[in-house]
Design a protein around this ligand. Structure first.
Ligand code: ZN
Length: 509
């Protein structure tokens, strides 16, 4: 099927011709066939559908390269440092087994719809459900392209040390209650054996419709054997690998003091780093880490809002880019406003790099900061590179037909300065309400501001009703136990919290 997408401005992300005035894109099935002026393409044979008009700006669809669908659960919750947040997250109410699949399906859909509404046409999802199928099915029904990354995790459920070591710090009575509850993140343990079995099943069932990635949660949450198995398996399957790395200052300090190396150095030492790997966060890389990651062509997925909300700080990504690293963008589980608004994430990524040299000591401060086009590159092409997707992220012939139609009239309200730059205008002003249509793999998911593939209203209402049911039967005992555990968590991390070195960036960065 052929479609013609028209735009008063087409922001192609093509370095040779970044903007086409009164342009059009000819799409056949899931590919872009031609990009030219509207006048040149409007009479092309076989066009069955035309979208966009003189008020439309067309931009490439965004790639959300680090994401967890299930954080919808904690909307309106209290932000806190990552290590405490991880413990508290384990105390969140979970759905009873009889509605678990339905719940996971609805939660995934509701979160994914928010992504689509902010222009995302491909997302990865790093997920831990007991049953992965309802989650994948939600993306298939919505039509949002997916890199699905079931998560491998088998150790250090409470802190960055063995569970027994942490449990030994608790008074006897509390320890017994905690062990009895299976509390902490131990509930999501997925050791390598059953993990790879499930992974293979999912690949044979869904592998022709979505991309499957292997996702060890992070080097602190998997054994060395499991990380080595990941490498072997990814080579055998030709699968991309995604993991958390260098997210929090505490994690960095713990690694330096207990292992005498950063986790990135550890990953390099065991031969884990290679092309086809992407790391979420990367806030606390040292100079050597950056060199190792660049040398092994590892992509970093910047999650600026999550990094701020969970107290992890600001990743100096302008410096990373300057060092030759590929940087993509992700909402993680915690977007800036609990709405998984990818446009917010892009803005924040741009503005955070404008903090002066007190934080990013620079040889030349004028080279720092990110241009709007660089942020677009991170949000599109670099996201695609995270998962080795080629011909995705630009509006050029041969590229995947992933694009977003922005209503420039609404976006421009009350006006746009006549000297505006189109990429900057979108970066600074666009909101989900301005997006008229979203096309992923040539398929229209959102048209005239409405999701067309699923019934958003019914889905949202069903999820609200399920939440009411879950919250009415909340596990108060479990929550009380989490609160009792918190002081022991603080105590455990105290030696590393008081070390100031983790707040000093290496001079070069
Ligand atoms: Zn994450």
């Amino acid at each position: 099927m052929r479609k013609l997408i028209r735009g008063a401005k087409v922001l192609t992300q093509d370095p040779k011709q970044p903007v086409i005035i009164d342009g059009a894109i000819l799409v056949e099935n899931d590919r872009i066939v031609e990009v030219d002026t509207y006048e040149a393409l409007r009479k092309s044979p076989g066009i069955e559908q035309e979208l966009g008009d003189g008020d439309t700006w067309v931009i490439p669809g965004f790639v959300n390269a680090h994401y967890h669908h299930d954080r919808v659960f904690s909307m309106g919750g209290v932000d806190c440092p990552l290590e405490l947040w991880l413990l508290r997250a384990s105390g969140l109410d979970s759905p009873p087994p009889d509605v678990e699949d339905e719940f996971n399906y609805l939660v995934t859909l509701v979160s994914a719809i928010q992504l689509v509404r902010s222009g995302v046409t491909l997302t990865m999802d790093m997920a831990w459900p007991n049953n992965h199928r309802p989650v994948i099915q939600a993306y298939l029904d919505l039509g949002l392209d997916l890199v699905y990354a079931p998560t491998l995790r088998s150790q250090n459920g409470y802190v960055y040390e063995a569970d027994e070591k942490f449990l030994a710090t608790l008074p006897n009575e509390l320890r017994q209650r905690v062990v009895g509850q299976g509390l902490g993140l131990t509930g999501v343990y997925r050791p390598a054996g059953p993990y790879f079995e499930t992974w293979t099943e999912l690949k044979s069932e869904f592998g022709n419709r979505i991309q499957l990635a292997i996702a060890p949660d992070g080097p602190e949450w998997c054994s060395e054997t499991e990380l080595r198995q990941t490498t072997q398996r990814s080579e055998k399957e030709g699968a991309c690998v995604h993991l958390h790395n260098s997210e929090s200052p505490l994690e960095r300090e713990w690694a330096l003091q207990t292992r005498n190396q950063t986790m990135t150095e550890y990953l390099a030492e065991i031969g884990f780093l290679r092309p086809g790997i992407s790391c979420g966060h990367g806030v606390w890389y040292g100079e050597n880490d950056v060199e190792l990651l660049v040398a092994h062509e590892v992509v970093t997925v910047h999650c600026p809002a999550s990094n701020l909300r969970l107290g992890n700080g600001i990743a100096p990504v302008a410096a990373y880019l300057e060092a030759g690293m590929t940087i993509a963008l992700g909402t993680d589980g915690e977007g800036l406003t609990d709405r998984s608004n990818f446009l917010d994430e892009m803005r924040l990524a741009a503005y955070l790099q404008r903090i002066p040299s007190a934080i990013f000591p620079s040889r030349n401060p004028w080279t720092r900061g990110l241009t709007a086009q660089t942020v677009f590159e991170m949000a599109t092409v670099n996201g695609a590179k995270s998962f080795r997707k080629e011909k995705l992220g630009r509006l050029q012939p041969g590229y995947r037909a992933d694009m977003v139609l922005v209503n420039a009239k609404r976006m421009s309200m009350p006006y746009l300065w006549p000297g505006h730059a189109p990429y900057s205008a979108v970066l600074q002003k666009a909101e989900p309400d301005h997006i008229d249509a979203v096309i992923s793999r040539g398929r229209v998911l959102l048209d005239k501001g409405r999701i067309v593939t699923v019934d958003e209203e019914i889905i949202t209402r069903k999820l609200q009703m399920l939440f009411e049911h879950i919250w009415k039967n909340g596990d108060e005992q479990r929550k009380t136990l989490i609160r009792e555990l918190e002081p022991f968590l603080f105590q455990f991390f105290k030696p590393w919290q008081e070390e100031p070195t983790c707040f000093v960036l290496p001079a070069r960065w």
